[in-house]
Design a protein around this ligand. Structure first.
Ligand code: ADE
Length: 242
């Protein structure tokens, strides 16, 4: 798959792009492109943002600047682009990013991620260029870069070959194998530490008992958390924009 991130701070992705699951995905033919809005701005002084109409604090990323960057990358009107590929505008008020959305995106051939800064985007960017408005949580970050990395990380690690161990993404939190629930607890050596013993079943070598215990643990964690982990099966609400 092709992922492109539009950002004012491409250098923020240097560490992320060097992580093993990312380099594995890239070696497997996937791509992670970084586009700096500033490199394509039609304004003087590399300007990309402006004060909000109506007043208020902060700066807003300009629609003409975002359009220029998208045109430079894709060579066409970005209004047509959103019909061809998922274009995510990162926004704290958007659709909450969860495992169901990760699966949706991992199945796409191409995804574009627009990071905002300061007070975010001119609303016309989201209305006319984006297919989805996506939030990684109900809090406000100083910019979209960390949110973009969260999205890329969760999506790339789902791609075949990205994780070293093929089963790692199959039986993990929120997977169908665990009925959409959280993952069971893990233990490693030493088998006892300060009197804290590893559950005996895990040392038994009895694969069926271990699988049953793990599923029970996942269910118990789900029940304790009070979260409806099955809601992904019948989630409505703040989905993709029309
Ligand atoms: N930009 C700033 N805060 C954000 C959030 N919580 N999710 C997505 N993008 C953001």
């Amino acid at each position: 798959m092709e992922i492109d991130v539009f950002t004012l701070f491409p250098e923020a992705f240097t560490w992320f792009a060097a992580q093993r699951h990312v380099t594995n995905a890239l070696a497997g033919g996937h791509s992670l492109g970084l586009v700096n809005y500033r490199d394509h701005t039609p304004l003087s002084g590399r300007q990309v943002d402006d004060t909000p109409f109506g007043g208020g604090a902060g700066m807003v990323l300009r629609v003409d600047v975002v359009e220029a960057a998208l045109r430079a990358r894709y060579g066409r009107d970005p209004v047509a682009l959103a019909a061809e590929r998922r274009v995510l505008a990162l926004d704290p008020g958007g659709r909450l990013f969860d495992d169901a959305l990760v699966d949706e995106l991992a199945a796409e051939p191409a995804v574009t991620i627009l990071s905002g800064r300061y007070e975010g985007f001119d609303e016309r960017v989201v209305e006319h260029f984006a297919s989805d408005r996506v939030s990684i949580g109900r809090y406000v970050l100083a910019g979209g870069e960390l949110a973009a990395m969260v999205v890329c990380d969760a999506v790339l690690r789902k791609l075949p070959g990205s994780l070293g161990h093929a089963a790692s993404a199959v039986e993990e939190s929120f997977s169908a194998a665990l009925e959409g629930g959280p993952e069971y607890p893990h233990y490693t050596r030493p088998a006892e530490w300060r009197g804290w013993a590893v559950p005996e079943v895990l040392l038994s070598g009895h694969h069926e008992r271990i699988a049953r215990w793990r599923l029970e643990q996942s269910r118990a964690r789900a029940a304790r958390s009070g979260t409806d982990f099955m809601e992904r099966e019948h989630r409505g609400g703040n989905g993709p924009l029309a």
